[in-house]
Design a protein around this ligand. Structure first.
Ligand SMILES: NC(=O)c1ccc[n+]([C@@H]2O[C@H](COP(=O)([O-])OP(=O)(O)OC[C@H]3O[C@@H](n4cnc5c(N)ncnc54)[C@H](OP(=O)(O)O)[C@@H]3O)[C@@H](O)[C@H]2O)c1
Length: 307
């Protein structure tokens, strides 16, 4: 595979000039590679993360592409930061053509955040939910919302009790990634019901040995992952970013919504990730946890009985 995500995703002919993308978690890893590829296609990219130096370095790289970039810092464990990020995007851009909810990771330690929610669930699910809600009115006609989930969602079922207890490691990670798939599908259904010309899809970027993500694995696993990254044919950060580009800007996915992608094609997520009732409960509970009004509240699936 190419080290240019746009080549692997077959979108080198897509002209993103005049479009604006927000890629969360683009100071590093998959998000950074996707942001730079979008810049090469001509997009203006709002780069996000906590590390200002790394973010400014990505912006400097973007200035050497046909596109451009700005950096906005926000800690996804802090609801005020996320609201401020949305405000910055609303103020500094005319609208968003692409929102990539990518920031996140596997965090070993469980702890509760300012709203009494487990850190992993908050960073990986609750903040993208809040950010998307805050930016709904800023999404241009034809915009796409892409959420970086993971095949690690398989094996989890939605448990809304566990999210208010400290809960780190692989279990919390898989559960938060299940939330990503459910959130994205529910968002797609509600956008459609609201008559919005905006798509929402989630994706698995591949298991990428040696990525920033793997530094959070326990020592031996992390070292094994680093070693694997040198094996030819192993998925790279650029391959993960190609998945983002394919779902985010390819003409082949322009009309696709409510799907989960893997290996550059729509794929079937786990049964638990296809549970509409769970998706609806997650949507409502997320608003409750944040103390906000449910976004797109009039457009939930009325055929599903809440439990
Ligand atoms: N790599 C894999 O094998 C793999 C597989 C499946 C899914 N994924 C998913 O892909 C996404 C990107 O992962 P990656 O491998 O590219 O990881 P990465 O290299 O560690 O990058 C993670 C990005 O998220 C940001 N981030 C992390 N915690 C944050 C927080 N509390 N607030 C704000 N930003 C935060 C980081 O920015 P700062 O450090 O600047 O805060 C960084 O830009 C994640 O959602 C991950 O779950 C990865």
């Amino acid at each position: 595979m190419s080290d240019r995500p746009e080549e692997t995703a077959d979108v080198t002919n897509v002209d993103c000039t005049g479009t604006t993308a927000l890629v969360t978690g683009s100071t590093n890893g998959i998000g950074r590679a996707a942001a730079l590829a979008l810049g090469r296609l001509g997009a203006h990219v709002v780069v996000h993360g906590r590390d200002t130096e790394a973010g400014e370095a990505v912006v400097a790289e973007l200035s050497r592409t046909p596109g451009s970039g700005t950096f906005a810092r926000a800690d996804f464990a802090d609801t005020d930061d996320v609201r401020a990020l949305a405000e910055t995007v609303r103020t500094e851009t005319d609208g968003l053509d692409l929102l990539v909810n990518n920031a996140g990771g596997l965090f070993r330690e469980g702890r509760l955040t300012d709203v009494g929610v487990d850190y992993t669930f908050h960073v990986n699910h609750l903040s993208p939910y809040l950010l998307t809600a805050e930016l709904l009115d800023h999404l241009a006609s034809g915009a796409r919302v892409v959420t970086t989930a993971s095949a690690a969602h398989q094996g989890s079922t939605l448990d809304l009790e566990r999210v208010t207890r400290p809960d780190g490691g692989g279990g919390a990670y898989g559960h938060s990634k299940l939330a990503n798939v459910l959130f994205s599908a529910e968002l797609a259904r509600r956008l459609d019901a609201a008559g919005r010309a905006v798509t929402a899809n989630s994706l698995h970027p591949g298991a990428i040995p040696g990525s920033g993500f793997t530094r959070f694995l326990p020592g031996p696993l992390s070292r094994a992952a680093d070693a694997l990254s040198f094996v030819p044919g192993t998925a790279s950060v650029a391959d993960g970013a190609a998945e983002v580009l394919f779902v985010g800007v390819s003409p082949r996915t322009a009309d696709v919504t409510g799907r989960y992608f893997s290996d550059l094609s729509p794929s079937t997520p786990s049964e638990a990730a296809r549970d509409r009732d769970a998706a609806r409960r997650l949507w409502s509970r997320s608003a409750e946890l944040l103390g906000v009004e449910e976004p797109l509240s009039g457009y939930g699936d009325r055929s599903v009985t809440p439990s």
